[in-house]
Design a protein around this ligand. Structure first.
Ligand SMILES: Nc1ncnc2c1ncn2[C@@H]1O[C@H](COP(=O)(O)OP(=O)(O)O)[C@@H](O)[C@H]1O
Ligand SMILES: [Mg+2]
Length: 309
């Protein structure tokens, strides 16, 4: 069985935690131990988020470069390297004897994507209103509300094609667990046969769905910090959706910056490939393979989950 497991940013940095290397390393080590439960199921591709990290790298770069901004594609690549290294190390330690390889991954987007005129993707820390406005005018950022504060927002175009697809296939064929498409990958535009980096951050759930489709995965696992899709989320008695179809899932109105993209990613993968997607928690994520954990998304009329080959 071929599995694409998309690791939520909360597994790398929990809400409200300061972004320190030590904290990130501890969290990734816990995440790797949880992901190890998937290793016997077959070929594994791991993707991950980068929202807090890419924003922090932008601040560090601005300080070092005397205020001149470093392009976001370069920061995306830095975050893929930084998180990929820590995750690869942790996976090797959690799974002695398994090969793990991290791949910088470029993802083609269209320069005509309406996202470029409407930045929506929050990156970096949450700031108080005054501090956020100061930073926005100093760096030319767009900012938008997030929880109690404000965050920088950047364009998040649709992922269209994974550039390194053949390299991912080759690494899987060589028996590696592949860490790739971190933070949704590095956005690039294709003009006249040439690739060029683009200032944006691609949604990692949508990039993971595209990757899962393009590597013909059997399962797409969207791993996060909740039991799955909850009805009445935030209310007194939330209820887990155990199993659903893309049509049903699309009818729920889910939060655009968090559960929404996961549901959309699951729907796209299931609709386009006939495979199964599962949205569920990091702890016990092994149960997302046999269907005992999370929200299972599949086409209606498809019999229950097969156990791994
Ligand atoms: N209907 C819902 N069911 C479950 N979680 C939801 C729902 N709506 C919003 N959420 C939020 O979605 C979060 C997961 O998405 P997100 O914060 O983007 O995490 P990740 O880093 O895993 O991508 C949960 O922690 C929860 O706060
Ligand atoms: Mg998210």
């Amino acid at each position: 069985m071929r599995i694409v497991a998309a690791l939520g940013g909360n597994a790398i940095l929990r809400r409200g935690e300061p972004l320190t290397t030590a904290r990130q390393r501890d969290n990734l080590s816990l995440a790797a131990r949880a992901l190890a439960a998937l290793a016997d199921a077959g070929e594994i591709v791991v993707t991950h988020g980068n929202g807090p990290q890419v924003g922090l790298l932008a601040l560090q770069a601005a300080a070092a470069e005397d205020g001149r901004p470093t392009p976001l594609d370069v920061l995306d690549a830095e975050s893929e390297g930084m998180i990929g290294y820590e995750l690869e190390l942790a996976l090797r330690n959690a799974l002695p004897g398994r090969s793990v390889a991290t791949l910088l991954t470029q993802v083609v987007v269209s320069l005509d994507d309406p996202a470029f005129t409407r930045p929506t993707k929050p990156i970096g820390p949450v700031y108080g209103a005054e501090h956020a406005r100061e930073l926005a005018s100093a760096h030319g950022w767009d900012i938008a509300p997030d929880g109690d504060g404000l965050r920088r927002v950047v364009p998040s175009p649709e992922p269209l094609r994974i550039v390194e697809l053949h390299a991912v296939e080759a690494l899987l064929a060589a028996g590696c667990i592949v860490v790739c498409a971190g933070g949704g990958g590095i956005p690039v535009a294709e003009t006249g046969g040439r690739l060029e980096g683009v200032e944006a951050v691609i949604d990692k759930d949508l990039a993971s769905a595209l990757l899962a489709e393009q590597v013909a995965a059997d399962r797409l696992l969207l791993i996060t910090d909740v039991a799955g899709v909850l009805l009445g989320f935030g209310g007194p008695a939330p209820r887990l959706v155990r199993e659903t179809s893309p049509d049903e899932l699309r009818r729920l109105s889910l939060a655009p910056g968090s559960m929404g993209p996961k549901a959309e990613a699951a729907c796209r993968f299931v609709e386009r490939t006939g495979g199964t997607a599962v949205i569920g928690p990091l702890e016990g994520c092994g149960g997302m393979i046999d269907g005992s954990v999370g929200t299972i998304v599949r086409r209606t009329g498809i019999p229950s989950l097969r156990m791994p080959r």
